[in-house]
Design a protein. Structure first.
Ligand code: AMP
Ligand code: ZN
Ligand code: FE
Ligand code: FE
Length: 292
């Protein structure tokens, strides 16, 4: 392998810290990944890069390669939520930064309103929810933890599947801009845009015109290796076909959230040649390789 590409396998490009809705500090995420054998990792907190410095320092200490990442909350063509993984973009680029900061700001009144709706039926307060969030990127998982702590839900799945389902009166969709605009902003910031868990929580197969629109907007690829994709084999087969046809970048990653999800670091991995394409196609930020 060329001297400039020194990332070691296994490669996991999707992990969350308590800067968003994981339960580990950024340094603890790196240690958990290292303990699981991972040697190259991206920290991808929701709509924030606030954990990069701490994670990069711990990666250096453990001789791991650090890839700057973020999972951007977006809206798809049908108005549903889409998560876009962005890699190696300039974290200071103004337009992208403004967009994700808007999303972060909008998360607060949304969660407050959901908490108020739940408070009509359950003993739960906004302070309970705030007590669950160490970072500034707050979301439904923090509300889930507060409900579990209060004894209203047995675990995260119980919260999402029994209480705050998408058609329940408690649910409010997440904020975020159109997925095509997210892709343009990530590219403008020199980054690479990969749709996270692209077939996970719904049963539909992506129509061809939808794929063409994403391609035209500049989408780089799909996270095909992710435990949630297994729930929709037809959808996954369609995206696998599109990836081959359009020569897209394909990744695999864990989506580790500490104790909030069963996902373990390294449970899905990205092939080195795919990471090399991400590095080659990005201009906003460089991987941080081990010293030696
Ligand atoms: P939010 O952005 O506030 O809508 O929260 C989205 C986050 O909630 C995702 O990143 C997941 O980590 C988590 N989540 C969404 N749906 C589920 C689910 N069915 N089970 C467990 N976690 C979920
Ligand atoms: Zn999350
Ligand atoms: Fe996600
Ligand atoms: Fe995620």
């Amino acid at each position: 392998m060329e001297a400039f590409f020194r990332a070691q396998k296994p490669i996991d490009l999707h992990l969350h810290s308590n800067v968003s809705d994981g339960t580990d500090t950024p340094a603890e995420v790196v240690r958990a990944a290292h303990a699981a054998g991972v040697r190259t990792m991206a920290l991808t907190d929701h709509d924030t890069t606030a954990g990069w410095a701490e994670a990069a320092a711990e990666c250096s200490r453990l001789d791991m390669t650090f890839i700057g990442g973020m999972e951007i909350t977006a809206r798809g063509a049908r108005g549903g939520g889409v998560h876009m993984l962005a890699y190696l973009f300039d974290p200071e680029e103004g337009e992208l930064l403004a967009a994700v900061n808007n999303t972060l700001d909008a998360r607060i009144p949304r969660l407050q309103e959901m908490t108020e709706r739940l408070a009509d039926d359950f003993d739960i307060t906004w302070d309970d929810v705030l007590a669950e969030s160490d970072g500034k990127s707050i979301g439904r998982p923090h509300l889930a933890s507060a409900m579990i702590r209060r004894g209203h839900a047995t675990d995260t799945d119980d919260f999402f599947e029994r209480i705050v389902t998408k058609d329940s009166k408690y649910y409010i969709s997440s904020p975020g801009i159109d997925v095509r605009d997210v892709i343009r902003l990530v590219r403008q910031a020199g980054g690479v845009a990969i749709t996270a868990h692209p077939v996970g929580r719904h049963s539909h197969v992506m129509p061809r015109e939808h794929m063409l629109a994403l391609k035209a907007a500049g989408l780089h690829g799909f996270e095909l290796g992710h435990r949630e994709n297994k729930k929709n084999p037809e959808g996954l087969a369609a995206l696998t076909g599109y990836a081959a046809e359009f020569d897209l970048i394909v990744t695999g990653s864990s989506d580790y959230h500490g104790t909030r999800k069963p996902n373990r670091p390294g449970e899905f991995q990205t092939e080195p040649e795919m990471l090399k394409r991400i590095i080659d196609e990005s201009t906003g930020y460089a991987p941080i390789y081990p010293e030696s």
